[in-house]
Structure formats: structure tokens, C-alpha cells
Design a binder for this molecule. Structure first.
Ligand code: ACO
Length: 402
């Protein structure tokens, strides 16, 4: 009989770390977070500088290749990405197989996974050129697929990409243009969209990125890995939090009801949590939330929305929570999702699209992390161990004797 307990003592050091709170799963040179100080750097550059001065494809280049591009490198990168923005025409028919009221994230999981059935050539991960093509395809096609998911959801015809527009403006065009009317890009709103994409581009080994790395560690093709990342991102504790945060603000309904919801968040017998608050790594203000708050004000100002009750509730909630001993002791601050929902709603997106937009932005982070892993000579298949808590070894009993 095998002594199961003794097995652990023969395998050397054995750590039990549910949720990986203190275990590094890899080495990475892409993103640095100091959660106590509220610092986020991509390849050494502070997120606020990138969000203020950069454009999304410049940040994509930085994440993928480690340096900001020169003008010539940027032009070449923009060209390489934009020539992949179309999806195979057959894919548009694929969308019509889904129920019209399907959640767009459900559609994204299916359609992005199916890219490997449409673009076989770039599933060969041993070829660096094909890895690069797969990366370009994913970055370029995600906004197109996301916009198609949206258009299908609202029953409008698909709008083809307009490659003379930049990444964010093109996305707004594909979502909001209709064939019979001229659609003018508002530069303030396009810039806000771009900033939202930059803020969500990468965030080191979060749940969805770890999912992408784990899937990729088996040699799975990049389209399948990104589909796995999208599925993980959908959860309300992760990317689904922006949708949940906006729903929560709507549920609170009025600043007068805030104390009641704060009390519920503190009550251990109530599963309710303040959505958009708290973070596994940030034990300080999420630096992305500050930029997101400013962006929310800019968008509402541009649209002439003077009093948005949800923004009023959000700001008051933040003020009260930041002075409450429960939130102070547990170091719970607003995260990036707290203000992004208000901004996305003002831009015209329904809540069901919020996590989809997060996935569009995060694709580059997933791809950069996947590429780094594939190119790491020490890379191994991800294979966590477990602490077995089940029955000891015993003999099979025929069904008639059980
Ligand atoms: N509201 C109320 N209490 C909270 C909240 C919250 N939003 N977040 C954490 N807490 C409390 C927990 O109840 C726990 O209390 P305890 O020590 O008395 O048991 C303590 O703070 C620590 O919380 P954990 O869940 O153990 O922390 P963890 O690091 O595992 O969770 C998480 C982080 C999932 C983000 C959590 O803060 C949460 O659920 N927040 C709301 C959802 C959200 O906004 N998610 C977005 C994250 S950012 C992103 O994905 C882009």
C-alpha cells in the first residue's frame, strides 16, 4: 500500500500556495508592478507617460519587442498590423450560428478559438516568422471580431475596417458607423478609447495571462491560447469586473444608498463585494484608475454630460470607502475597472461589451507574454502539483458488493 503522505516528503521542497499569492510562475522582462507604491511600468516606462503620450500600436511594439519604435519601425509595424485587420469572409457566416442574444464574450471565445481553423499557416509555433504573423493577425483582427460581435448583437450589418484610421478610431468606426450615414470620428473620444486600450494592454501574470502561458506551455497554437485567455478574463473577479462595477453603481442608484452598500461589503455573511475595489497586487491606488478617472471626466465633458448620476455615485463611493477603516486596513482602493465602465457607457457601449474591449486591449499583453515564454530556452510545460486530500489506496469492490 502506498503511503500517500510520505510521497510529499520524498519530493524535496513542496509549496502549497493556492491562488499563487507568493509564487512566481516565470521570469519576465515585460511589465513591472510595485503594488505597495502603486507603480506600473511597461519595459521600464511608467503607464501614465505611455497613456498620456503614446499611441496603442506604439505600446504594442514596446511590449512585443522591448523598445519604443523609431519612426521607420513604427510605420512598418502599423503597416504590418493594418494589412491583417480583415477577417476571412467565411468568418462572418460563422457569427450567424450564434443566438442573436448571445453574450459577446461567448461569441469571442468561439470565434477567436476558430481563427486556428481559418489561418492554419500561422499555427506552426516553431517558425519565428509564423509566430510573428500570428501575433500581427491577433492584434489586428481582435477589434474587427469584437466589432462584429457587437454589430451582430444589435442586429446591424458588419462594418469593414478602415485602415487609414488609427487602431482606436478604426474600432469606433467599426462599432458605430452604419452604411447609410456618414460617421465622423470625434478625436477626444478616439483618444479616450486609445487610452483605455493602453491602460489594459498588459498586467504581468494575472489570471488570464497565466492561462495563456499555461495553455501555450503545451505547444498549443496562439489562437487557441488567446481563446483560453478570453475565457478566463470573462470572470467577474477579473475582466468582468468593469461590467459588474457599472451594474453595481446602477444598483446603488443614489448617493444616499452608499452607506448601505458599504455595510454590505463589510459584512462577512454577505457575499457582496464593492466591484472595482481591491486588487491582488495593488495595495495602494491602482495607477490606471487615476488615469481612468481623468478620462471619464474628459469624455463626459466632451459629450456635454454635466451630471452623470453614476459618476457622482462612483466619486462619492470612493470618497467614503477611502476613509473607512475596513477599506484602509485591507488596503482596498479603486482598481482600473472602477471608472472604465462609466467611460465606456458614455462612449456608447452596452455593458455586455465592456469585457470584450478589455480582451481587445489585453491581446497584445497575452501575445507578448506567450512569445516571451516560447522563446525562453528554460520553458517547460506548466504542471502544478497538488496536496492530495482524498481516500487512501483501497481495493476495487464489484458493483454487486457495494
Ligand atoms: N469589497 C469588500 N471586501 C473586499 C473586496 C471588495 N471589493 N476585495 C477584497 N475584500 C476583502 C475580502 O473579503 C478579504 O477580507 P478578509 O481578509 O476579512 O477575508 C480581504 O479583503 C482580501 O480579499 P481577497 O479576496 O483574499 O483578496 P484577493 O487578492 O484574492 O482578491 C480581488 C483580489 C479578486 C480583485 C478582490 O479584491 C475582489 O473581488 N474585488 C472585486 C472585483 C474586482 O474589482 N476585480 C477586478 C480586479 S482588477 C482586474 O482584473 C483588471
Amino acid at each position: 500500500v502506498i503511503d500517500i503522505g510520505a510521497l510529499y516528503s520524498t519530493t524535496g521542497a513542496f509549496t502549497y500556495d493556492p491562488g499563487f499569492t507568493s509564487t512566481a510562475s516565470c521570469e519576465s522582462a515585460i511589465t513591472f508592478i510595485d503594488g505597495d507604491a502603486g507603480i506600473l511600468l511597461h519595459r521600464g516606462y511608467p503607464i501614465d507617460q505611455l497613456a498620456e503620450h503614446g499611441d496603442f500600436l506604439e505600446v504594442c511594439y514596446l511590449l512585443l519587442y522591448g523598445e519604443l519604435p523609431t519612426k521607420a519601425q513604427k510605420d512598418d509595424f502599423d503597416y504590418r498590423v493594418t494589412r491583417h485587420t480583415m477577417v476571412h469572409e467565411q468568418m462572418s457566416r460563422f457569427f450567424t450560428g450564434f443566438r442573436r442574444d448571445a453574450h459577446p464574450m461567448a461569441v469571442m471565445c468561439g470565434v477567436v478559438g476558430a481563427l486556428s481553423a481559418f489561418y492554419h499557416d500561422s499555427t506552426d509555433i516553431s517558425d519565428p516568422y509564423q509566430r510573428m504573423v500570428a501575433s500581427m493577425r491577433l492584434i489586428a483582427k481582435m477589434p474587427t471580431i469584437a466589432a462584429m460581435a457587437y454589430k451582430y448583437h444589435i442586429g446591424q450589418p458588419f462594418i469593414y475596417p478602415k485602415n487609414e484610421l488609427n487602431f482606436a478610431a478604426n474600432f469606433l468606426h467599426m462599432c458605430f458607423a452604419v452604411p447609410c450615414e456618414e460617421y465622423k470620428i470625434n478625436p477626444v473620444l478616439a483618444r479616450a478609447m486609445e487610452r483605455i486600450f493602453i491602460l489594459h494592454a498588459d498586467h504581468e501574470q494575472n489570471a488570464s495571462t497565466s492561462t495563456v502561458r499555461l495553455a501555450g506551455s503545451s505547444g498549443a497554437n496562439p489562437f487557441a491560447c488567446i481563446a483560453a485567455g478570453i475565457a478566463c478574463l470573462w470572470g467577474p473577479a477579473h475582466g468582468g469586473a468593469n461590467e459588474a462595477a457599472l451594474n453595481m453603481l446602477g444598483e446603488i442608484g443614489h448617493v444616499d444608498h452608499i452607506p448601505e452598500f458599504i455595510a454590505r461589503a463589510k459584512d462577512k455573511n454577505d457575499p457582496f463585494r464593492l466591484m472595482g475595489f481591491g486588487h491582488r497586487v495593488y495595495k495602494n491606488y491602482d495607477p490606471r484608475a487615476k488615469i481612468m478617472q481623468k478620462t471619464a471626466h474628459e469624455v463626459l465633458g466632451e459629450l456635454g454630460i454635466k451630471d452623470d448620476p453614476l459618476l457622482d455615485i462612483a466619486m462619492e463611493l470612493e470618497k467614503i470607502a477611502l476613509t473607512d477603516s475596513y477599506f484602509i486596513e485591507k488596503k482596498l482602493y479603486p482598481n482600473v475597472d472602477f471608472y472604465s465602465g462609466i467611460t465606456l457607457k458614455a462612449l456608447g457601449f452596452p455593458t455586455t461589451m465592456f469585457t470584450v474591449l478589455f480582451a481587445v486591449a489585453r491581446t497584445v499583453g497575452w501575445i507578448a507574454q506567450w512569445k516571451e515564454m516560447i522563446e525562453d530556452p528554460h520553458q517547460k510545460i506548466g504542471r502544478p502539483r497538488q496536496l492530495y486530500t482524498g481516500a487512501p489506496e483501497r481495493d476495487y469492490v464489484p458493483i454487486a458488493k457495494r
